[in-house]
Write a protein that binds this ligand. Structure first.
Ligand SMILES: Cc1cc2nc3c(=O)[nH]c(=O)nc-3n(C[C@H](O)[C@H](O)[C@H](O)COP(=O)(O)OP(=O)(O)OC[C@H]3O[C@@H](n4cnc5c(N)ncnc54)[C@H](O)[C@@H]3O)c2cc1C
Length: 462
C-alpha cells in the first residue's frame, strides 16, 4: 500500500469521508480544498461575530447504517440529537409539517378539502400517460389542486423555472413513495413504519488536472503560497463535473467537454440576521410557500442548538434565497439583501424591521445540480469516457456525480470509492441513492448478522 498516494479534490462531506476511510486503511492521502477557512462544503457552518449558521440548515438523517455508525464514531459524546419541528407558511397561515389530518382540515377548510379531493379523483381517473415533468408527476399522484397549493410555488422558488420544466426524476427521487393516500393516511393516522420518504422527521484551489498515458498524473493548485503540483496514484473528485472537465489538461475530447459544459446548477444565498428577541417561533425551519415574498425557507439556528447563538437574548435566523449566479438577487449588495430580509420578515409578521440588529450574507455557488431534460445523457457521456480513458479518477458526492445526494449518500459514495482504492473491491458508487436505497432497505437485517450495509458490487449485481 506504501506505493499509493490518493489526492482528494474538495473537503465537503464526501471528500472528508474518503479521507477518513483511506486513513483507516493506512493509505497516504492529500485533501485539497479551495475554501481558505472552512471544510464541510455545502454542509459547512460559518461564523460571524460569534453567531454560527449553516448555509442552509442541515439535518442529518440516514438509512445507511454504516454512515450513521461513522458519524457516531467520529463525534462520540458530542453527537447532539435535536428534536425537529417545521411548518409550512401558506396563505397567511402555518400548516404542520409533516401534515397532520386535524390540522390540515382546520386550516384548509371543508371547501378547499373538497376541491383537493375532487381534483385528486379527476387525476386518478385520467392520469397523464407520460410523466416527464415535476408537474405531471405530482398531479398524477396528488391531483392538480394539491400540486398548486403545496408543490408549485415552493419548487419554482427552488429551481427558478416552471414546474413543467423540472424533470419528473427529481420528484421521483425526492418524493418517491409519497402517494396521495399514503400522505393522507400518514396525516390522519400517523406515519407508522415511516415508509414515506419525504416526511421523515435532523485553500487550495485545484486549477488543472493533468493526465497522460490514460491516467491522471497530478493536479496543480493555487493557494496562499502560490502554485504547486501534487502528484498521486488515484484521484477522488467532489468538484462539480463541469469544472472538473474544464480543468483537465490537455483538454478532453470535444463531445466530453460539450456534455460537461451543458450541465446546469442552481445557486443559493443565505441572509443571516440577528434579531433582538430571545424567541421568535418554535420551529427549526419554516417553508415559505407564499409567492408574495422571495424567501424560500427560514431557519432558526437557536432552535437547532442554543450554542449557535452567543447571546441568548437574541435569535439568529437564516433566510434562504434560491437564485442563479449573476441574477438580480445574486448581484444585490449585502446591504440590499439584509434590507430585503428585514422587509420580508416584517411582511410575514415574524418580527418588526427595527428588531433586526444586523445581518450577514453568504453566496453559495452550485448548491443544486439541475435535473433538466438532458442531464442524464450528459453525465453518461462524461462517466463513460472517464471510466474508460482515465480509470484512476473517481467521481463521488453531489456535484461530483451531478446527483441530488444528501450528506449521507455523498458520504456513502466516498466511502465505497475509498474502499475500492484501498482494498480492490469493485463497488459501483453510481448505484448509491438509486438502486442502493432499495438494497439498503432490503438488506436491513444484514446488521444483525454482522454484514455490511452497502450497495452490491457490480459483479454481485450482475
Ligand atoms: C441549502 C442546502 C440544504 C441542504 N440540506 C441538507 C440536509 O438538511 N441534510 C443533508 O443530509 N444534506 C443537505 N444538503 C446536501 C449536502 O449539503 C450535500 O449532500 C453535501 O454537502 C455534498 O457533499 P460533497 O462533499 O459531495 O460536496 P460539497 O459539499 O459541495 O463539497 C465540495 C467541496 O469541494 C470544494 N471545491 C470545489 N471546487 C474546488 C476546487 N477547484 N479546488 C478545491 N476545492 C474545490 C468546495 O469548496 C467544497 O468544500 C443541503 C444542501 C443545500 C445546498
Amino acid at each position: 500500500m506504501a506505493s499509493k498516494h490518493v489526492v482528494i479534490l474538495g473537503a465537503g462531506p464526501a471528500g472528508l469521508t474518503a479521507a477518513y476511510e483511506l486513513n483507516r486503511h493506512g493509505v497516504p492521502l492529500t485533501v485539497l480544498e479551495k475554501d481558505p477557512r472552512f471544510v464541510g462544503g455545502l454542509a459547512r457552518t460559518v461564523e460571524r461575530d460569534g453567531y454560527r449558521f449553516d448555509l442552509g440548515g442541515h439535518r442529518f438523517f440516514t438509512k445507511a447504517l454504516e454512515v450513521d455508525d461513522l458519524w457516531h464514531e467520529v463525534l462520540g459524546d458530542e453527537f447532539l440529537r435535536r428534536p425537529r419541528m417545521s411548518r409550512i407558511y401558506w396563505n397567511n397561515r402555518y400548516l404542520d409539517y409533516p401534515l397532520r389530518g386535524p390540522d390540515v382540515i382546520r386550516k384548509l377548510g371543508p371547501v378547499e378539502l373538497a376541491r383537493c379531493m375532487g381534483s385528486y379523483l379527476v387525476a386518478a381517473a385520467r392520469p397523464k400517460r407520460e410523466e416527464s415533468s415535476l408537474e405531471d408527476w405530482v398531479t398524477n399522484r396528488f391531483g392538480r389542486r394539491l400540486f398548486e397549493l403545496f408543490f408549485q410555488s415552493y419548487n419554482e422558488k427552488v429551481w427558478g423555472v416552471p414546474a413543467s420544466e423540472i424533470r419528473a426524476e427529481w420528484a421521483a427521487q425526492r418524493i418517491k413513495g409519497l402517494s396521495f393516500f399514503s400522505a393522507a393516511r400518514a396525516a390522519f393516522f400517523g406515519n407508522k413504519g415511516n415508509k414515506i420518504k419525504s416526511l421523515i422527521s435532523e485553500g487550495a484551489e485545484v486549477t488543472s488536472i493533468r493526465h497522460s498515458g490514460g491516467m491522471i498524473r497530478s493536479v496543480a493548485i493555487q493557494g496562499a503560497s502560490g502554485r504547486q503540483v501534487i502528484e498521486g496514484t488515484d484521484f477522488i473528485s467532489t468538484l462539480p463535473i463541469r469544472e472538473l472537465i474544464e480543468r483537465c489538461d490537455p483538454p478532453l475530447p470535444t463531445p466530453v467537454r460539450e456534455a460537461a459544459a451543458k450541465l446546469k446548477y442552481r445557486d443559493f444565498l443565505t441572509v443571516a440576521v440577528v434579531v433582538k428577541r430571545d424567541s421568535l417561533f418554535p420551529d427549526n425551519w419554516i417553508y415559505i410557500h407564499d409567492p408574495a415574498v422571495k424567501v424560500g425557507r427560514i431557519q432558526n439556528f437557536k432552535n437547532w442548538s442554543p450554542d449557535m447563538v452567543p447571546d441568548q437574548r437574541a435569535t439568529c435566523l437564516g433566510l434562504e434565497y434560491f437564485c442563479f449566479e449573476g441574477d438580480g438577487l445574486w448581484t444585490s449588495s449585502d446591504e440590499e439583501l439584509v434590507d430585503l430580509g428585514r422587509r420580508e420578515l416584517a411582511t410575514l409578521g415574524i418580527c418588526r424591521p427595527e428588531e433586526v440588529a444586523w445581518g450577514a450574507t453568504v453566496r453559495v455557488q452550485k448548491a443544486y445540480p439541475v435535473y433538466d431534460d438532458q442531464y442524464r445523457e450528459h453525465v453518461a457521456v462524461v462517466r463513460e469516457y472517464l471510466e474508460r480513458a482515465l480509470p484512476n479518477l473517481h467521481l463521488v458526492g453531489r456535484n461530483g456525480m451531478h446527483h441530488y445526494n444528501n450528506q449521507d449518500h455523498s458520504m456513502m459514495t466516498a466511502l465505497l470509492a475509498a474502499r475500492n482504492i484501498a482494498t480492490g473491491t469493485t463497488y459501483d458508487v453510481w448505484k448509491v441513492n438509486s438502486d442502493a436505497e432499495y438494497h439498503e432497505e432490503a438488506r436491513a437485517s444484514d446488521r444483525e448478522i454482522g454484514g455490511r450495509h452497502v450497495p452490491m458490487r457490480i459483479d454481485e449485481a450482475a
